[in-house]
Design a protein around this ligand. Sequence first.
Ligand SMILES: NC(=O)c1ccc[n+]([C@@H]2O[C@H](COP(=O)([O-])OP(=O)(O)OC[C@H]3O[C@@H](n4cnc5c(N)ncnc54)[C@H](O)[C@@H]3O)[C@@H](O)[C@H]2O)c1
Length: 265
Amino acid sequence: MQNWLGLEGQVVIVTGGASGIGKHVAETLKDAGATAVIADLSVETGDMLEDMFCVKCDVTSAESVNAMVAAVVEKYGKVDALVNNAGINLPRLLVDVKGERPEYELNEKSFDLMFGINVKGLMFCAQACAKQMLKQGKGVILNMSSESGKEGSQGQSAYSATKGAVDSFTRSWAKELGKYNIRVLACAPGIMEATGLRTPAYNEALAYTRGVKPEDLSTDYTKVIPLGRDGKLDEVGNLVAYLVSDRASYIAGTTINISGGKSRG
Ligand SMILES: NC(=O)c1ccc[n+]([C@@H]2O[C@H](COP(=O)([O-])OP(=O)(O)OC[C@H]3O[C@@H](n4cnc5c(N)ncnc54)[C@H](O)[C@@H]3O)[C@@H](O)[C@H]2O)c1
């Protein structure tokens, strides 16, 4: 069963691959024999991160995304899969009913930031990679969604809406591209162990939107997650490696939950 995934020699771009889930996904792919490329705002082109080639890319800029894909094709000759993972989450209430922290009420700036990266950026990356995959006659686009896109989330309505859009894009793009041998699918992590996303500023905003103090944000998941714990980044890495491999060759147009049973899916 060694090399069961058959990812050797596969070139996979992981956006947002310098931190958190993306970094673990990239490492898992590399360990499975793939050539993982890290496309992220926080790296410099030509950097090597744990033996993985990095390309600086701002997913909100079509020009930057096109240049990133061109750089990967120039270096490796192809793009077998895209893990469309870069994303941000700014907890915000629709209305700051208590009126104590107006900065945690949704406004145009926070809305545009989240939709700019999580939705527009995801679309630019999918578009640029799909054009390359069409030339190759094969490819996989795996979008990183979230359980909150299906369930909604108190204090995270705009973030959840971006992920609802990701799920919807996934279904439509699978219909547009399946006939060209390009699989489009998504996965939706639930509550995960901490990543770069969970900054002190994030915790403070989330706590306010939940009506608690940051130190009282619960980490006892036994009541809300059937498996009784948060998800491990490696668990998402393993799922993504499987989903982009040919072992998942008949899975397309759907979002696979990875939430310990928390979400109805
Ligand atoms: N952490 C969780 O609990 C969780 C749960 C469900 C879904 N997700 C999703 O997983 C993905 C990764 O989240 P994470 O928790 O690992 O976050 P993270 O903050 O650790 O990593 C995000 C990465 O994206 C990069 N990035 C941000 N803006 C960018 C831009 N404009 N262009 C290119 N790169 C950019 C950052 O530099 C960073 O390296 C996101 O799409 C997130 O919504 C996370």
